[in-house]
Design a protein around this ligand. Structure first.
Ligand code: URP
Ligand code: ZN
Ligand code: ZN
Length: 462
């Protein structure tokens, strides 16, 4: 099986050039001008199109027992949605409850993907408790399961959240093992106090979600993590950064020598808090944590991306239905609205439309923050996140002239709403391959559920 992509404008994190790409089996085997097509080759005409490395979403939730319910996608729907949107690799948060054993949980999460995923995938191992038994299992997970990143929550008190003793020992272990620790940074106690005060005043609607978790609460969480990272020597990655105060807290630590990366997510770049203030409970569609912020934060986030201060753009895809989950569970109390916004399908198109097409970021930054830096940070590079001989043939032929409109009626994600209903999109992933095999042709899914592979990764040598 071979694939020849002809005449594309190849864009990586550092280069732009015209060439053909030949893929044989699962790998890129040649890049050059006027390459000869093997007899069995599928030929894709990429004239006038960009050819990008397959995009990587390093922060998604697919199987997620959370806030009294379960996220709505499975790997069939989520990987299909991801691929249609140009994302060829997903890294999911494996989020056990405190009572669950990590190894058992990891097997459960792996089992949800196996046989269903059409794209490649890996996991960040959630550490939601830390004791001797957990430590022994985490050592095994890193050494034998190829999972070399952890996830901790400084929020969600009484659920996924860990205390400072647990945080300290998780980071110490991660530093020893060469594992990156991804972290949800918000101060859990401040949130609990602010939520209680708002509810006591009868403020129960989704518009009170943001005031219950103001930007300082997130910046405080970042400051906390940075202090612990500095004193343990751990490498950390702050997920879903929503605002300037939080990002600058991490940047200050980076300037002191802390190995810290910053992720933002597509909802923060495109939505603002007025969406969560929409009447008739409509605002609940936009409840996620940290909350979407004042519009003024968007300019900072885009500029920080362009400057390389923010490293990655993920989704934090966390799909819950509006009617049967958000309204039913949180209709009379905003603290019970399942947190999350579905967006794995539209990250790349939204980033292209609102970032590249508006001139806020250039094409190389686009590839860097949506693919290459995630690959480098999480031990997938250069198999993923690059276009070069020997790389996995995960490729996206992107048509910048295509125009469409987002709608729940046409989306692949398994939710009853889109947070971006009616939004106009400039650009489309016209052809997508996963390890040399077509997964999208003419914007339509043609992939194979179950072909996606678990990507086993190596720890960083320290
Ligand atoms: O609101 C969010 N972010 N939901 C998913 C869970 C998490 O915190 O990442
Ligand atoms: Zn989170
Ligand atoms: Zn998340």
């Amino acid at each position: 099986m071979s694939l020849l992509i002809r005449n594309g404008n190849i864009v990586t994190d550092t280069e732009n050039y015209h060439a053909d790409i030949l893929c044989e089996g699962e790998t890129i085997t040649a890049i050059g001008e006027r390459l000869a097509a093997p007899a069995d080759a599928e030929i894709v005409d990429a004239a006038g199109k960009y050819v990008f490395p397959g995009f990587i979403d390093p922060h998604v939730h697919i199987y997620l027992p959370f806030m009294g319910t379960y996220a709505k996608d499975d790997y069939a729907s989520a990987s299909r949605a991801a691929l249609i949107g140009g994302t060829t690799t997903l890294i999911e948060m494996c989020c056990p409850s405190r009572a669950e054993e990590p190894l058992e949980a990891l097997r459960l999460w792996m089992g949800k993907a196996e046989g269903l995923s059409a794209c490649d995938y890996s996991f960040h191992m959630g550490v939601t408790r830390f004791d001797d038994a957990v430590e022994a299992q985490l050592r095994k997970i890193v050494a034998t399961e190829g999972i070399t990143s952890f996830k901790v929550f400084l929020a969600y008190k009484g659920a996924f959240g860990i205390d400072d003793t647990e945080l300290y020992h998780t980071l110490k272990l991660a530093a020893e093992l060469g594992v990156v620790v991804t972290a949800h940074c918000e101060n859990a106690q401040l949130i609990a106090e602010l939520q209680a005060a708002l509810l006591a005043e009868g403020k129960t609607g989704p518009e009170w979600h943001e005031p219950s978790r103001p930007m300082r609460v997130e910046a405080e969480g970042c400051h906390h993590l940075m202090t612990f990272a500095e004193l343990t020597g751990a490498s950390v990655y702050v997920v879903h950064t929503s605002n300037r105060a939080a990002a600058e807290t991490v940047l200050a630590a980076r300037a002191r020598g802390v190995d810290a990366k910053i992720e933002t997510v597509i909802p923060y770049l495109t939505l603002d808090k007025t969406y969560a203030e929409r009447p008739d409970f409509e605002g609940a569609k936009y409840v996620m944590s940290p909350p979407i912020r004042d519009k003024s934060q968007q300019d900072y986030l885009w500029a920080a991306l362009a400057a390389g201060d923010i490293d990655t753009v993920a989704t934090d895809h966390a799909p819950f239905d509006f009617e049967d989950q958000k309204r039913r569970l949180g209709g009379s109390d905003f603290t019970k609205i399942p947190n999350g916004i579905p967006s794995v399908e539209h990250r790349i198109d939204l980033l292209y439309t609102h970032g590249v097409a508006t001139g806020r970021i250039d094409l190389n930054t686009f590839v860097r923050c949506a693919s290459t830096t995630a690959a480098k940070t999480f031990g997938l590079y250069p198999k993923k996140g690059a276009i070069a001989v020997g790389c996995d043939a995960d490729l996206v032929v992107y048509d910048p002239d295509h125009r469409s409109t987002i709608s729940v009626k046409t989306q692949q994600m398994n939710t009853d709403y889109s947070a971006f209903e009616g939004w106009k999109i400039a650009g489309r992933s016209q052809f997508v391959s996963v390890r040399g095999q077509a997964a999208v042709r003419d914007g339509e899914f043609v992939g194979t559920p179950g072909r996606g592979q678990l990507l086993r990764r190596q720890p960083n040598s320290k």
